[in-house]
Design a protein around this ligand. Structure first.
Ligand SMILES: NC(=O)c1ccc[n+]([C@@H]2O[C@H](COP(=O)([O-])OP(=O)(O)OC[C@H]3O[C@@H](n4cnc5c(N)ncnc54)[C@H](OP(=O)(O)O)[C@@H]3O)[C@@H](O)[C@H]2O)c1
Length: 252
């Protein structure tokens, strides 16, 4: 169960090697989380993450195989995690791929980005919702992105996958009102992680630890949406309403 500050005792991170996911799990373990399950493509590559989460205070940390691109396995995966660990208070949907929009579209890999970021996230979230509803409580944190708020030509494949995911998560959260299950949508800007390695940091860039701190703050106040940093909410609100002919001229 969540404590008086809204923080969980048991956590499932899907995309458990994600730098943002791990930073969030570490921050939660240093507060109250005791059980952390990492859903990862290759558990043997999750040892450093598991060690950091244990060092932060979690007593049970387990890495289990999870592939967002294998929707047929998601139902079974979720059943097994809940059967093994009991109630899960918080599920973080942290996996994702950035891709290269120009190349993705040209080389036909665009569908792969959408499959992981949107289809994979929806497919994994549906059985999670069922279990959280059955237990009568729980929060799902969905790593969306400002990229989905107004899709730009420089990363339109990734942006459109996040726009779809963001819309799904918002509607899901609204549909779950009164059930005891909450959905928190997190919209970071540019975060310096392995996903963005080699790219020039955009203005207002942050770190995985900054995002983790914003997630904990959002959980504590029961937020439905978290922007990281907060100033991006205003920036994106302006960009979102910019007429298309003007938007096209921006070098973004
Ligand atoms: N970094 C940013 O600027 C930024 C900004 C806004 C939103 N976000 C979002 O925040 C989330 C976390 O990103 P991050 O920066 O922490 O990136 P990251 O460190 O690159 O983590 C992404 C993770 O996704 C996992 N993944 C990819 N495909 C998968 C699949 N098919 N099945 C299971 N796991 C898969 C990867 O696992 P492997 O170890 O197996 O490769 C990797 O650990 C993502 O959803 C991302 O889109 C990031």
């Amino acid at each position: 169960m969540r404590d008086a500050l809204g923080l969980p005792q048991s956590v499932l991170v899907l995309g458990g090697t994600s730098e943002i996911g791990v930073a969030t799990a570490v921050a939660l373990a240093s507060r109250r989380a005791r059980t952390v399950v990492l859903g990862v493509r290759d558990p043997s590559r999750a040892e450093a993450a598991a060690g950091a989460i244990r060092a932060a205070g979690a007593t049970t940390v387990e890495a289990v195989p999870f592939d967002a691109d294998d929707p047929d396995s998601h139902e079974c995966f979720v059943e097994e995690v809940f059967a093994r660990h009991g109630d899960i208070d918080l599920v973080v949907i942290a996996f994702g791929v950035l891709g290269d929009s120009d190349r993705s579209a040209a080389e036909g890999a665009a569908a792969g980005v959408v499959r992981t970021n949107f289809l994979g996230a929806v497919s994994a979230t549906v059985p999670v919702v069922r279990r959280l509803r059955d237990q009568g409580h729980g929060t799902i944190v969905v790593l969306s992105s400002v990229a989905g708020e107004r899709v730009r030509r420089s990363n339109f494949v990734y942006g459109s996958s996040k726009a779809g995911l963001d819309g799904f998560a918002q509607g899901l959260g609204d549909s779950l009102r009164g059930t005891g299950v909450d959905v928190m949508v997190v919209r970071p800007g540019f975060v310096k992680t392995k996903m963005t390695a080699g790219l020039d940091p955009a203005p207002l860039s942050t770190t995985a630890e900054d995002v983790a701190g914003a997630i904990l703050g959002g959980l504590a106040r029961g937020a439905h949406t978290v922007w990281v940093p907060r100033a991006l909410r205003l920036v994106m609100s302006a960009l979102r309403h910019l007429p298309r002919p003007l938007f096209r001229r921006l070098d973004i």
